[in-house]
Design a protein around this ligand. Structure first.
Ligand SMILES: [Zn+2]
Length: 543
């Protein structure tokens, strides 16, 4: 049974239910503070639309609000109730009378529903993609009588071969039973078209009786046949393109629990593809990935928007909460990854927070992950230097499922090509950047300011503008008059510093709104300011 232990350790510990309070080992204390993307529509020379530092996360700013909102964006609407109910059912059976426990186990995409009869005082524990059966009530120091796990097809077949070669092998109503080297009795059972389970029973226990207590049902057919037919796996959802109508009705998802205990909802096919990739990365590169978040419903996003509108007013809400309907996470096809590093004692530590994942020491890890994406039908979505097209800063963790390794390769094999450009059939021209000439700000500070502008520009790009160049306009813009002017535009901000940038961009011939069609806007001004110790905000733009 050594092999089985190895499977458990490398399978990414994917499970949908944890009972008896056995939480995953390295749970982090809290979700990271999620930041936000302003969703205001931009038009030239209009009233300023201050842009907070952009991140694709859906949620908000004020410190005391963050945890609550993060929760709202994540697990809240998920399987919470379901899980609680299942945990109740799985509790040790102290009372007499028939008692049934059931849970959905999922490991390596071969998930099954398991139903166990807990009459006569038996108890069960569901943890880490497996279940453990006990005679009598469960207690921490008690050894389980039997353990069941889901198996990958290939592993299942290997075991069946082993079983068939063993002298002790017999067939019990289509279930292969054999005695392993360890003396445990193994029950190998196919429980669905493509779902498999192994139950191992302690030698001294009546295995057939235990097996009859475990009724594994076909539970993963939906997952195994893969997602809904109706969704378009190439749908473009960004700050300019809303989630297609009817999407949420057609969407077929699965729920999993990650290593920090959060519920994560993912589109079914994307999840299967992710599992295969995660397995490959763990086996071949020693990289252990986890899912931070995937799907967020439009309704959940609307709730956050409503709460913020009520609490802080519509202006603030519009600036800090992403517009419901315009996040790729609505699709269920966008996955935010994090990963775990293996410690010397074999345990794992989560590398979970954005600022940790962005550290230099993990660049190589991300490169290895990115290298594998296309083979499994994923693309990296928010590329460095393409913020003016995607609307988001570089995010090594945000990947998108496109359901075709060929298409994924067509995007990923061309360095710097965004999904937007791929769908448009052409790459956007290079953007000239000049951030030189400041003795006031470091290059990093100017880089931050420029990224804010580029992210804002993405929605212009979506309306038919093409960015050509951005230049820092010089330290002279940081004058008393300019500071007073920008503070007068946003009275509560308390700005202490100003930075001006100049932009050249071209409009399309069929552009609408206030823009001049087919026109090169030159030296177009962008005015940014920041309060002491704060982030740059776009306060005004135009001529
Ligand atoms: Zn994301």
């Amino acid at each position: 049974m050594k092999k089985m232990t190895a499977i458990l350790l490398t399978a990414g510990m994917i499970f949908s239910l944890t009972a008896c309070g056995k939480a995953p080992a390295e749970a982090s204390a809290a979700a990271p503070a999620e930041e936000t993307a302003p969703a205001e529509e931009a038009a030239p020379a209009e009233a300023p639309a201050p842009a907070e530092e952009e991140k694709e996360q859906e949620v908000p700013a004020p410190a005391e609000e963050t945890a609550e909102a993060a929760e709202a964006a994540g697990a809240e609407e998920a399987a919470g109730e379901e899980q609680e109910a299942a945990e109740d059912e799985a509790a040790p059976a102290d009372e007499a009378g028939p008692q049934i426990a059931s849970a959905h186990l999922d490991q390596d995409g071969k998930g099954i529903d398991v139903t166990i009869d807990l009459s006569d005082g038996w108890s069960v524990e569901f943890a880490a993609g497996a279940f453990y059966l006990y005679e009598g009530p469960y207690s921490e120091d008690k050894e389980s009588t039997a353990m069941g796990i889901t198996l990958e097809k290939q592993v299942f077949e290997e075991y069946c071969e082993q079983a068939a070669a063993s002298d002790s092998c017999r067939d019990l109503d289509g279930t292969l039973v054999y005695t392993a080297d360890s003396g445990e009795n193994c029950y190998l059972v196919r429980v669905g078209e493509d779902a498999f389970m192994m139950l191992t029973v302690k030698p001294e226990t009546d295995g057939d009786a235990v097996f009859s207590r475990v009724k594994a049902q076909r539970g993963m057919d939906g997952l195994l046949t893969g997602g809904a037919e109706e969704i378009d796996y190439l749908a473009l959802v960004n700050k300019c393109n809303a989630l297609p109508e009817g999407w949420e009705d057609a969407l077929d998802t699965v729920h999993i629990t990650n290593s920090v205990g959060d519920d994560v909802e993912v589109e079914s096919k994307a999840y299967l593809a992710y599992l295969k990739m995660a397995h490959d990365l763990a086996e071949n590169d020693g990289i252990y990935t986890e899912l931070d978040s995937a799907r967020r419903s439009v309704a959940a996003q609307q709730e956050i928007m409503d709460r913020f509108t009520e609490k802080y007013g519509a202006d603030y809400a519009a600036k800090t909460v992403a517009k419901p309907g315009f996040s790729e996470h609505h699709t269920g096809l966008a996955l935010d990854l994090y990963f775990k590093t293996k410690n010397e004692d074999g345990s794992f530590s989560d590398v979970y927070y954005n600022e940790d994942m962005e550290k230099e020491e993990y660049k190589e890890t991300w490169a290895k992950i990115h290298e594998k994406l296309a083979d499994y039908g994923f693309i990296l979505r928010y590329l460095e230097g393409k913020e003016h097209i995607t609307g988001y800063r570089y995010e090594p963790w945000h990947i998108r499922y496109v359901d075709s390794p060929d298409i994924a390769h067509a995007v990923m094999d061309q360095p710097g090509l965004t999904f937007e450009e791929y769908l448009a059939g052409e790459a956007a021209p290079e953007v000239e950047i000049d951030l030189s000439g400041s003795s006031l700000y470091t290059e990093e500070e100017l880089q931050d300011a420029m990224l804010a502008i580029k992210c804002e520009f993405a929605s212009w790009q979506g309306k038919g503008c093409e960015l050509h160049s951005i230049r820092y306009a010089g330290d002279k813009a940081n004058s008393k008059q300019n500071l007073a002017w920008l503070n007068s535009l946003n009275e509560e901000a308390g700005y202490t510093q100003v930075a001006e940038f100049l932009m050249d961009y071209q409009t399309a011939a069929d552009i609408g709104g206030a823009w001049e069609p087919d026109f090169e806007y030159k030296d177009y001004q962008w005015w940014l300011a920041r309060p002491e110790g704060g982030d740059w905000e776009i306060v005004s733009w135009g001529y």
